[in-house]
Design a protein around this ligand. Sequence first.
Ligand SMILES: NC(=O)c1ccc[n+]([C@@H]2O[C@H](COP(=O)([O-])OP(=O)(O)OC[C@H]3O[C@@H](n4cnc5c(N)ncnc54)[C@H](OP(=O)(O)O)[C@@H]3O)[C@@H](O)[C@H]2O)c1
Length: 323
Amino acid sequence: MKAVLVEALDGPQALQVRDLPQPEHGPDQVLIDVAYAGVTFPDLLLTRGLYQVRPPLPFTPGSEVSGTVVFAPEGSDLQPGDRVLAFSLIGGFAEQLLVSDLTTFVIPDNVSLEAAAAVPMNYFTMQFGLVRRGGIRPGDRVLVHGAAGGIGTASIQLAKMYGAEVIAVVSTPEKGEVALAAGADHAVAAEGFLEEVRSITRGEGVDIVVDPVGGDRFTDSLRSLAPEGRLLVVGFTGGEIPTVKVNRLLLNNIGVLGVGWGAFLFKHPDSVTAQWADISRGLESGALDPVLGQTFDLDDAAQAVSSIEQRAAMGKQLIRCSA
Ligand SMILES: NC(=O)c1ccc[n+]([C@@H]2O[C@H](COP(=O)([O-])OP(=O)(O)OC[C@H]3O[C@@H](n4cnc5c(N)ncnc54)[C@H](OP(=O)(O)O)[C@@H]3O)[C@@H](O)[C@H]2O)c1
């Protein structure tokens, strides 16, 4: 089968497409013909050895896929031929992938294989982030940074599904359009966002900030929180890991909370069942409708991952693997 390989930690341009042997499944593994793989920011970090996990070289990146079941373990709810989405830490940029049945889910009939590939990483992370970590409630105001990106658009749709009002923060007007189309109530520029938030909320502030960006906007994010507000630390696409002066937390009874979905999943593998109940309901009703960006061929995986580094992605970038 064709698969993408990281052979050296020299960034996305060094990705190679190689012919590898077909994967051989064990009795407990699910074998999938991969239709599409989603491209995530962690894939970019993995190509440079900058992610918290560093698989031994060579390895195939790609943590989320959609496709068709070829083999399912005995006693599993899955059947050969099922259309599924699945997540794995690595291995997704390939024509076939072995995964666990715990992290493989049958796609609702109304959802395309393209849209399904955009679900695993971002929607599971932000369902966990908004519900379990952020304690989102109907009527909350939620501010989303990097709002036209993968985590951003998933956050917008989930927050709306849970009854919140959403303010999207973006770097360009085009990205603002993407965020509004994803369901945001307001889109504001990253430059000077605090003043905009104060004006939209009539000085009250927001209940939750979703922050996949970090960097120098962090202090203004804290200032934009209402009393008892929560800032969700999701990632650091801006590069710099911010520090917090904890007196700010005390003064306004606000909290800064980490969202490490992978770490939680590792300790609580069964938690995905309840998460999927919410996410699949949202997909079926149309409340969750992944915003898709560009689709690249497997041969162009280097370009696909580079587009994330160039801040060019609007919505979810996909790689067509064997569709
Ligand atoms: N904690 C978890 O469990 C978890 C799970 C998944 C992902 N993540 C993390 O979440 C972050 C976002 O991932 P994603 O897939 O949503 O990425 P993405 O689709 O590329 O979106 C990231 C957004 O960050 C903004 N950004 C600001 N400065 C940037 C820069 N220097 N370079 C690139 N983007 C920049 C961009 O929005 P503007 O141009 O509008 O500013 C961009 O749309 C990553 O750090 C990822 O590792 C964490």
